[in-house]
Design a protein around this ligand. Structure first.
Ligand SMILES: Nc1nc2c(ncn2[C@@H]2O[C@H](COP(=O)(O)OP(=O)(O)OP(=O)(O)O)[C@@H](O)[C@H]2O)c(=O)[nH]1
Ligand SMILES: [Mg+2]
Length: 258
């Protein structure tokens, strides 16, 4: 056989597209940046969606919470039924402090508790290399779209009466890299560090979107690369928009997913 033919590969494995879509480049870069910045922070605020208290938290962050004091903020509390939060909190064995917030409400009680709680945790911890520092530096992390940047903006507005410092948006992946620290409070000096939402790769999302598109009868035309003909495919983007919009607006009811 011709030598050049022998170097041809005999098969080509298509990458698992769902994994690619759900772990974009900025996420792996973001994880490295978070690890690098860890030594410069005193505490971690994990933000998560109050509608899914037991699902979807990124377990890759777990070892970070063992290294630094950590509080869990369940955000978007305006979208849940608050009657069973005590039961939920008692089920969470890995967290010492849980706070419920609504970043759309400047008077939210939970928002008032965040900075005093973190300062108390830091004061009771070993700050190691940062023990001489007078300012407090806190990293905000979590999966995409849970309201990390919104939390930073509303706290900054609350304490410093200053406008937005970090971008917020309705789609996941708005914050793409670990930001420089943002001043939140003057006395004491508190800085928050925004991070990109990091989610573990998931491969069931395609299945969910396909079923949703089929149920909605939303299709897109695609050209068949083999014969050039037109084929109809489930419109996954339309399905995602429909589902997420309904969920975001609370149209699915005041529900818990866990
Ligand atoms: N209903 C409700 N919506 C909120 C709340 N907090 C944030 N949002 C909305 O949630 C969406 C995502 O907010 P972001 O602050 O951009 O979320 P993020 O976690 O920084 O997202 P990434 O940067 O993509 O990881 C935006 O549309 C916000 O307006 C809340 O307490 N209640
Ligand atoms: Mg953000």
């Amino acid at each position: 056989m011709n030598k050049s033919l022998r170097t041809f590969r005999s098969k080509f494995n298509f990458p698992n597209k769902s994994v690619l879509q759900w772990f974009p480049g900025h996420m792996s870069k973001g994880m490295k940046q978070i690890e690098q910045k860890l030594k410069n922070v005193d505490c971690l605020i994990e933000v998560h969606d109050a509608r899914i208290p037991f699902s979807g938290r990124n377990i890759k962050f777990k070892y970070l919470y063992e290294a630094k004091p950590h509080i869990l903020v369940f955000n978007k509390k305006d979208l849940i039924d608050m009657s069973n939060t005590n039961e939920i909190i008692s089920e969470l064995k890995d967290v010492s402090k849980v706070i419920y917030t609504n970043c759309k409400d400047q008077n939210c009680i939970g928002l008032k508790q965040i900075i005093p709680t973190t300062i108390e945790l830091i004061s009771n911890s070993n700050r190691y290399n940062r023990s001489e520092e007078e300012d407090y530096s806190i990293m905000v992390l979590g999966v995409p779209n849970v309201g990390k940047s919104s939390l930073i903006n509303i706290l900054r507005n609350k304490y410093l009466k200053q406008s937005k410092a970090t971008m917020v948006g309705p789609t996941a992946g708005v914050t793409k890299s670990v930001m420089t620290k943002i001043k939140i409070c003057n006395k004491p000096q508190v800085y928050l560090l925004d991070t990109p939402g990091l989610k573990e790769p998931s491969d069931i999302i395609l299945e969910v979107l396909t079923l949703t598109a089929v149920n909605l009868n939303k299709n897109v035309k695609r050209r068949n690369i083999v014969d050039g003909g037109i084929q109809m495919h489930p419109d996954l983007d339309a399905a995602a928009y429909h589902f997420i919009n309904a969920f975001r607006r609370g149209e699915l009811g005041k529900i818990m997913l866990d």
